[in-house]
Ligand binder design. Structure first.
Ligand code: ZN
Ligand code: ZN
Length: 345
């Protein structure tokens, strides 16, 4: 990682006050970033937390200060000059409080630490790999549960339980188990609906390991499904393959998104693909770069992204296939290995 103080110069800041938990964790390694901040100054980065974390000094890669409320206020009063804050994260009321405490020039910033997080180090990739490997074990573990009569949420609970028992910090997000008509809801969660023969089931899951996430989706068939759904599956698979083969450093992210949409258009299904093609994955499940029609980002080696085309047919069902991919100088490397082909369980 670059020295954090190099962030200050281009913005003509004397300090940067970092509050977004993923950014705090990125800069410090501290595993309780919701209750901490990082102050970057010309001298380096400093973690600020409170007496609930007496081991902060040991748990943080950077120097840590454990401050009681009054001590913390006294500390912030010492700030001088232009101090950046994370405009996309700091609540307005918190900013007002900071202004009262430290009458410096508070400067809104956007995406400063996020930009550093776009390209992963080998250590970060290793954690994502471990999270992905655990999630795949969890998916293998629940396959026998995919039977008519089983509730979606039983499967989701079993996924979650498995991941925690195997030492994951937790799930990356509440697993999605969406069967039948519910498959047409891209972010369906998992409900009390029971699986039925002849349905497609979409399972979207990830694990969290040492702060890093994984994210993968598979759609499986419970026995024979209607021709319309079978065709949607084929379209999504083709769109996925087209997008994967186009992923390479130097490519505009929106071009890859457009390619997947083009394939779906060939099937007359593009209007049923209602979200972006993919997103970066790391300390947040959804982070930069976005693979969507609306981004100007260009792919770079070291980025970890998902590619997840889907088709959602209201009242009928849905298909989504999502791969987790590391971009290297040589091209894409699949981090997700679970077979994605059409499969009846
Ligand atoms: Zn997902
Ligand atoms: Zn995703």
């Amino acid at each position: 990682m670059r020295e954090p103080q190099t962030l200050l110069e281009p913005l003509e800041l004397d300090a940067l006050y970092v509050t977004r938990p993923e950014n705090v964790r990125y800069l410090s390694g501290f595993p309780h970033p919701e209750d901490a901040q990082v102050l970057v100054t010309g001298e380096g980065a400093l973690l600020l937390t409170d007496p609930r974390y007496p081991e902060a000094e040991r748990e943080s890669r950077i120097p840590a200060r454990i401050l009681k409320r009054e001590e913390r206020e006294a500390f912030l009063r010492e700030l001088r000059g232009r101090v950046g804050f994370e405009a996309e994260h700091l609540p307005y009321a918190a900013l007002e409080r900071l202004r009262e405490l430290a009458p410096v020039e508070w400067v809104p910033t956007k995406g400063v630490v996020e930009r550093l997080r776009l390209r992963k180090t080998p250590e970060e990739v290793e954690r994502i790999r471990r999270a992905q490997a655990l999630a795949e074990e969890a998916l293998h573990h629940v396959l026998p549960l995919l039977q008519p009569g089983v509730e979606e949420r039983e499967i989701a609970l079993e996924l979650e339980f498995f991941l925690k028992r195997r030492g994951a910090e937790g799930v990356a997000f509440p697993p999605i188990v969406a069967s039948g008509e519910r498959g047409a809801l891209p972010h369906a969660g998992a409900s009390g609906k029971r699986l039925q023969a002849g349905e497609l089931v979409t399972l979207d899951l990830g694990a969290k390991v040492e702060g890093y996430h994984s994210d993968m989706t598979r759609t499986l068939a419970l026995g024979k499904v209607a021709e319309e759904l079978r065709r949607a599956f084929q379209a999504v698979e083709e769109a996925l393959e087209a997008a994967l083969s186009a992923l390479s450093p130097g490519k505009a992210a929106k071009e890859v998104d457009a390619l997947a949409r083009e394939v779906l258009k060939g099937y007359g299904l593009d209007r049923y693909f209602v979200h972006s093609l993919g997103h970066g994955v790391g300390l947040a499940v959804h982070e930069g770069p976005g693979l969507s029609p609306y981004t100007e980002e260009v792919l770079e080696p070291g980025m970890v992204v998902t590619v997840e085309p889907g088709v959602y047919l209201p009242g009928v069902g849905g298909v989504r296939l999502e791969e987790l991919v590391l971009l290297t100088e040589e091209g894409p490397e699949l981090l997700s290995r679970f077979p994605r082909g059409y499969r009846e369980v």
